[in-house]
Design a protein around this ligand. Structure first.
Ligand code: NAI
Length: 716
């Protein structure tokens, strides 16, 4: 169908305009030297020039906007440009610039059709929304969304105005408030795109659409309630009030952008698109300058940077072809899953019980089957992924594994035996990676014949969801082993940080004093709900007592003595918690913990009998601020010591580790960025204050005191 016999090409850096004989021009975007297209400020002028060309050529009857990249339409705006903004007005100008270019596209007298294959996110979707029609490929790589909220921003180039006018307001709002993208089928269902076709005919279909001067769109279908909520002034009032309420409950008021997004949508719908655009640019400008957005953007930059880094600079990882997993339990099942489905590598599982292997297989099956049921995945793709998982109760199939990840019981002698087994049954270069949560890797490697191949690779539960992995070399681990292990974790979809061997590594080491303090506060009779609420309001996803229930009270008490043995008294756990274990309270896993897990609201209410067991009568005396400050200060202090001792390589790694491993509030940017925001002097003063009140565990880290003397900060 395509007819490109005599294309006249006008190339202009990222954009190429190809005129066809049938009057349709193809405007293709291909940012030179980059794998993904992103929008940059300087493109505004280039697009304007292209639009001038198009307007001055009356033989052009329609335009298809497409990407010249293999697998990306436009992945968003290049957010690094925001760093140069000195104030909100600068940022508002950027937003207005984007709005103006896209408005020009919308105002063009001939049809513009976006042909989308690959991610069309943020500014990429806003570009497509400014076109008169959209068609996308049905490919898995195609994703459509407005993720700006995840960076503390809002869609600033007309997205808050055009999407709610195109599809259901509630759906548009949901997409903008969560930042979640949708797949092609959903995009078609919601009405974001007008058609979905196989990639092979995407361009042809878009060309045909561009030949129709007036594109007829099916109206959005709403049920009666939807019509009331979206199409009557009173209904809209109810809808926006409800959205504000739900947003506040979710963000605890810590994230400014969702409320601004709701404002933009409401003002646009009530007062017209002109005012909607004006408020969108204004709010965008304001949000760019907020510390919350700066922190969220710093996380984005850090993770992007980390994706490019080798475990050891200059040491390339070895090629990975097959992975072994020892132990098919909770962690082994998850590790096998990310190996087969994210890294796309065969995973051979060994357990002593065939039940263990069946468990690991089922772990993957259950997750994938859910996707198939929700039609996010083809049954054949599920089978392909599952076929990468095989298992046995002996070491057959292990001889050619590149890395064996061990996730057997937490027992030093057992783990040392695993090292010996792998050395016996696998190749001489096979890496042995232990997922121990608390045993120093040096001890696991103590009897190894090839200690250079032994390393820690610490995942977090649930493995398929938690984004962090700690990679822990011991003194004798080779650089090659480090780089290859980091590469494996990255391929499994994790953000790995390399940390020094030692009790608790990094994440559990900074978590322990925080949890201990929460326990201390509880034993001083503060109600459990009050403690958890204080830290949820601070920005953690769950409070510390609830977290203890989720991780397992037994697990928590196992790590404590190891930390005390290495670092001394400041890690002493609160006395009295042994009574919980004596009462068989392990937490959520055996439905007996601090919260009540039986009945119709499992985990919602506190199990009051726990107070009797601990011998306390709950009585709220401390403010929420005091509770959160005491717990968080100890975490910050410990993180500073970890950096000073070289447990982590940089403040950046420490921030990412705490956010991705513990859920440290992302809007604060991690413990180090947060200390910078508070001021190191303030942190030291507050620690010293509590040291006087509550004892030496609050002694400010020597490195922090030194930083105050030298007027230093972690980043600036
Ligand atoms: P689990 O009890 O669910 O699974 C352990 C599995 O290992 C069982 O299926 C068992 O049959 C198998 N196993 C025992 N001896 C074996 C042997 N000689 N060869 C092969 N398989 C053997 O335990 P889970 O929770 O999966 O923990 C495994 C490891 O991961 C532990 O070292 C734990 O400390 C660590 N870890 C656990 C986390 C958690 O949240 N559960 C988080 C991070 C690390």
């Amino acid at each position: 169908m395509t007819n490109e016999n005599s294309p006249q090409q006008i190339a202009q850096s990222a954009f190429t305009l190809t005129k066809r004989d049938d009057g349709i021009a193809i405007l293709s975007m291909d940012v030179p030297g980059e794998t993904m297209n992103t929008l940059k400020v300087e493109f505004g002028q280039q697009v304007n020039d292209m639009l001038d060309q198009i307007q001055s050529d009356s033989s052009i009857k329609g335009v298809v906007v497409i990407s010249g990249k293999d697998n990306s339409f436009v992945a968003g705006a290049d957010i690094s440009m925001l760093a140069s903004c000195q104030n909100a007005e600068d940022a508002e100008t950027i937003g207005k610039g984007g709005q103006a270019v896209f408005q020009r596209i919308e105002d063009m007298p001939i049809p513009f059709v976006a042909a989308i294959h690959g991610p069309a996110l943020g500014g990429g979707l806003e570009l497509a929304l400014a076109c008169h029609a959209r068609v996308c490929s049905d490919d898995n790589k195609t994703q459509i969304g407005l993720p700006e909220v995840q960076l503390g921003l809002l869609p600033g180039s007309g997205g808050t105005q055009r999407l709610p006018r195109l599809i259901s307001v509630q759906q548009a709002m949901k997409m903008m408030l969560t930042g979640a993208s949708v797949r092609p089928k959903q995009a078609l269902k919601y009405g974001i795109v007008d058609d979905m076709v196989p990639r092979s005919i995407l361009l042809d279909v878009a060309i045909e659409m561009a030949k129709k001067p007036k594109f007829k769109r099916k109206p959005v279908k709403l049920d009666l309630m939807g019509q009331f909520l979206e199409r009557t002034p009173m209904g809209r009032k109810v809808m926006f009030n409800q959205a504000r309420k739900q947003t506040k409950a979710k963000t605890q008021g810590n994230y400014p952008s969702p409320e601004r997004i709701i404002d933009c949508i409401e003002i646009g719908l009530e007062k017209g698109i002109h005012q909607g655009m004006a408020i969108e640019a204004k709010h965008f400008g304001h949000l760019v300058m907020t510390p919350e957005s700066a922190a969220l953007r710093s996380i984005f930059f850090a993770t992007t940077e980390m994706k490019r880094e080798n475990g050891v600079e200059g040491i390339a990882p070895k090629k990975l072809k097959k992975i072994g997993v020892l132990g098919g339990g909770l962690m082994g099942g998850g590790i096998a899953f990310v190996t087969a489905t994210k890294a796309n590598l065969p995973a051979r599982i060994k357990d002593i019980r065939s039940d263990g292997i069946a468990h690991a297989m089922k772990y993957s099956y259950d997750i994938l089957n859910k996707k198939v049921k929700r039609r996010f995945m083809l049954h054949s793709d599920m089978q392909k992924q599952l076929s990468r998982l095989t298992g046995s109760v002996d070491y057959t199939g292990f001889d050619n594994t590149d890395v064996v990840i061990e996730a057997v019981f937490e027992d030093l002698a057992l783990k040392q035996n695993m090292v010996a087994d792998v050395e016996e049954h696998c190749a001489t270069q096979t890496i042995f990676a232990s997922n121990t949560s608390s045993i120093p890797i040096g001890q696991i490697a103590a009897n190894a014949a090839r200690p250079e191949n032994v390393i820690g690779l610490h995942y977090f539960s649930p493995v398929d969801k938690m984004p962090l992995a700690e990679v822990i070399p011991h003194d004798g681990t080779s650089d090659q082993t480090i780089s290859t292990t980091v590469e494996l974790a990255k391929r499994q979809g994790k953000t790995p940080i390399v940390v020094k061997d030692g009790a608790g590594f990094y994440v559990n080491r900074i978590l322990a004093p925080y949890m201990n303090e929460a326990a201390e506060i509880l034993l001083a009779a503060e109600p459990i709900e009050q403690i958890d609420l204080a830290l949820v309001k601070f920005g953690f996803p769950v409070g510390p007592i609830k977290l203890l229930d989720e991780v397992g009270i037994d697990v928590g008490t196992k790590i404590s003595p190891i930390l005390v043995a290495q670092f001394g008294e400041r890690f002493n756990s609160a006395p009295g918690f042994d009574k919980l274990l004596a009462d068989d309270r392990k937490g959520k896993k055996n439905q007996r913990g601090f919260y009540n897990y039986v009945g119709n609201k499992p985990g919602k209410d506190v199990d009051e009998s726990v107070y009797d067991l601990l011998g306390i009568t709950p009585n709220s005396r401390l403010s929420e601020n005091t509770i959160s400050e005491r717990c968080v200060l100890l975490m910050l202090n410990e993180a500073a010591m970890c950096l000073d001792e070289g447990v982590i390589r940089s403040p950046r790694d420490g921030d990412i580790g705490a956010i991705f491993g513990i859920g440290f509030p992302p809007f604060l940017g991690g413990p180090f960025r947060y200390m910078d925001t508070l001021g190191i002097k303030h942190v030291v003063e507050r620690l010293a204050y509590y040291q006087q009140q509550l004892g030496d565990k609050f002694t400010p880290a020597a490195c922090l005191t030194k930083m105050v003397e030298q007027n230093q900060s972690f980043y600036r």
